[in-house]
Design a binder for this molecule. Structure first.
Ligand SMILES: Cc1cc2nc3c(=O)[nH]c(=O)nc-3n(C[C@H](O)[C@H](O)[C@H](O)COP(=O)(O)O)c2cc1C
Length: 259
């Protein structure tokens, strides 16, 4: 009988252990995948609700989202809804990687530093979708250390901000990471994007170092000029003609009694 120390037995034990472990790990990955997808979905819904300021701790996210939010896909060029794309399945981040469903931005256009931009984006309407109380817009752009991804919520006039919230960013905690500080986030409510009756392609909102005043300025993050510049630049990009300006224009017309 071969001893327990034989090379053959050692290899059999090692091989069996590898097989058992790989079966356990791959089964866990397969079994947990739906749960992971469900949690990502819950996180997305919770971020959308939080930027609208209609979410209270303890609320059931799925119920509140279903009650309040209608997602729609928007053609960024025309500002019209793209009813051929299903907002439940359309993934604008995937679309941004595919040359068939996105465009390359020139250096001059690419204020947000994203390289490519999807042709269609998903927006989230709060309340009656034909006359929404708020419109939640996805925005993203470079901070100091990497891409910052978030949502901007705007009132139904297409001009007054409710909130700005980042769900993914890698800025330094205490410096650029203060974009997550509730006290800084509270400064956005009521600020305006465009000059009233002015040029609705030319966003005025920006961060200012040391004492923001008026409705187009928000305090920059202290000790984090570079992150602050990133925030201003991505807002300017996504709220200009390159981004949601053609879409938001329909709400300015509505609020002025037009079509
Ligand atoms: C370790 C380290 C981390 C930093 N993180 C950030 C950051 O997240 N965002 C930022 O704008 N500046 C950050 N800075 C500071 C920048 O290098 C730069 O000094 C700062 O943006 C200037 O801002 P101020 O003009 O408001 O002082 C960091 C600096 C160091 C040394």
């Amino acid at each position: 009988m071969a001893s327990n120390n034989s090379i053959k037995k050692t290899l059999i034990v090692a091989f069996s252990l590898c097989v058992v472990c790989s079966v356990v790990v791959s089964s866990a990955a397969v079994v947990l995948k739906p749960k992971q997808v469900q949690n990502q979905e819950l996180d997305r819904k919770s971020n959308i609700l939080q930027v609208t300021e209609l979410y209270k701790p303890g609320d059931n996210v799925d119920e509140k989202y279903a009650e309040l939010i209608t997602p729609r896909v928007v053609d960024l060029k025309t500002g019209k809804y793209a009813d051929n794309l299903d907002p439940e399945t359309y993934d604008q981040f995937e679309a941004a990687k595919d040359p068939a469903t996105s465009r390359t931005l020139s250096g001059e256009q690419d204020l947000a530093g994203i390289g490519r931009q999807e042709n269609y984006a998903t927006v989230y309407l709060v309340g009656n979708p034909d006359d929404p109380e708020q419109i939640v817009l996805p925005i993203r752009g470079q901070g100091l250390w990497g891409l910052m991804e978030g949502f901007l919520s705007v009132r139904g006039d297409g001009n007054t901000i409710v909130g700005l919230s980042y769900y993914d960013q890698s800025e330094t905690p205490g410096l650029g990471g203060e974009v997550d500080n509730p006290r800084w986030k509270a400064k956005w409510d009521g600020k305006k994007i465009y000059a009233d009756g002015g040029d609705y392609q030319d966003p005025q909102i920006h961060l200012v170092k040391g004492g923001a005043s008026g409705e187009y300025q928000v305090d920059a993050l202290s000790g984090a000029s570079l992150t602050s510049r990133g925030v201003t630049n991505m807002l300017r990009f996504w709220l200009s003609d390159e981004g949601f300006a053609p879409y938001l224009a329909r709400f300015h017309h509505d609020s002025q009694g037009g079509a």
